[in-house]
Design a protein around this ligand. Sequence first.
Ligand code: SAH
Ligand code: SF4
Ligand code: F3S
Length: 375
Amino acid sequence: MKYFIVTYGCQMNVHESEKIAAILEKMGYSEGSSREEADIIVFNTCAIREGAEDRVFGNVGNLKKLKKKNKDLIIAVCGCMTQKEQTAQKLMNTFPFIDIVIGTFNLPKLGYYIEAVKKGRQLEILSEGDIDESLPYKRTSGENAWVNIMQGCNNFCTYCIVPYVKGREKSRKEEKILDEIREIISEGKYKKITLLGQNVNSYGHDLKDGVTFAKLLRDICAIEGDFTLSFMTSHPKDLTDDVIDAIAGEEKIEKFIHLPAQSGNNRILKLMNRKYTREKYLEIIDKIRAKIPNCRITSDFIVGFPTETEEEFLDTMALVRQVKYDSIFAFMYSPREGTVASKMEGQISDEVKHDRVNKLLSLEKSLQKETKDED
Ligand code: SAH
Ligand code: SF4
Ligand code: F3S
């Protein structure tokens, strides 16, 4: 019996798929090399932009012929996209050959749904769930081991679907994280640990036991062994001096910060509910550069947020020029149903969004070239 997992979205989803693999292997499945030879295919989906969802509809649709050939093939769709009940229902209705559709909080019960499929199609979306500590991961990322430190997000950036599909922030207990890392290191196979969370800097706020992200970093570095430590993602509003000092002072921590700015314009940042200004963001960049020489800094930007004028977009271009990032990701704003920004007046046309994203990406390219020429 073979399984095949198709993963969309962020690193956290990649890591969730490692859990799916572990669940399936525990049930006696082994990893297949293609959809064609699989007895079960699992789609672990992402809802961050419309394009990600369209790809799932297209790729799931393509499985119709496989299911025709093999009536016993099980097709399951899970992840952030199916956490939205309407989308889950639409998938079920559009593709009668899908067997299981579950949300993000149902994942620990995947084995149960696979068993239950004998009795009929399974559709269930739980609205909440605790972090699952009971199942191991099948680590699939070479020398790097992903370690989840928290789930969910409390920030409600007005464009973003994550808080709706991943729930409120929940941090894992520090002791559980340290135990997991000790075990990973003692295996001897892993040279790098990457901590994962939507907003790692607010790690521990919900635990109310005094543990902070900076303390967690220091405690991990105190574990004996030859490894480097990395993390993502940092929200500028919560990146404290204490964390910057930990990165500067701890040899094991990689000198790299992904610090998404999203926009270089204060009016847009406010509308996005990012809770920092351009000036505050630049202050943090200066602090990082002063305390951690040679620190690599990367960022994400959204262009074409509702009401963004050309002039305001140029503030983003200017910020990118000023910070001289090591690299950036640029996204066209994609309205997500249920979010505040999707209901705002002044939605920007696709044509303008395309134009702005192209301008930003060519600026990025020319800046990359300049730094290479300097080297
Ligand atoms: N938690 C991280 C980001 C997670 S999503 C953070 O706060 O930075 C990854 C990136 O997708 C975001 O940084 C943002 O740039 C982009 N993104 C999120 N929602 C989007 C949307 N509706 N349209 C376009 N891009 C979006
Ligand atoms: Fe989304 Fe903002 Fe949370 Fe990041 S911090 S996951 S962009 S709501
Ligand atoms: Fe990640 Fe996409 Fe979900 S970016 S958290 S998989 S919506």
